[in-house]
Design a protein around this ligand. Sequence first.
Ligand SMILES: [Zn+2]
Length: 207
Amino acid sequence: MKRSVLSAALGLALAAGLAVLPTTAAAAATPAPAVQGYTASTYAGSAAEAANNQAFFQAVMASAKAKQAANPNLATVVVTYDASSAPTFRNQISQAAQIWNSSVGNVQLRSGSGGDFAYYEGNDSRGSYASTDGHGRGYVFLDYQQNRQYNSVRVTAHETGHVLGLPDHYSGPCSELMSGGGPGTSCTNPYPNSTERSRVNSLWARG
Ligand SMILES: [Zn+2]
């Protein structure tokens, strides 16, 4: 019964076109959230943007490694994500995590509460993006329209790639995950290529 009430409330929020965002991000007037998107049309890939994306990655890594330090027997760094605020994309988020977990060994994604980062969903003219407030907290925003226009698993895996430290490379081919929307809407590949896998493994290598 509680589920139906929650669903109804969520439905109203979605009908009103409200993006379900962290209150901290919504309340922060300045600085503007740092974002790294799926398409080049909105995000030109400035140096500042790349730096902000790097800050986001480092914040996620610091959070994950702090937990690992408390449990030094862990063979890999575990990054926990909270997908409860993106119920529409439950399957895509799960698939994106499986793709990354089967692609790299030095870091693994796990679903759970109190995550290192969270997924949110809603409507945003900027499309989907990874964002940080610059204070150690980050999230991935998944835009409804863009996820209908482009392959949704690829969009989700791409944004998750930012969490794992990869930058955008819109000029790349469809076989490259971080080329994002560059190869167009017909590109449905949700897998990182060997170069991207190696880079993530290097970024998360212990020591
Ligand atoms: Zn991107």
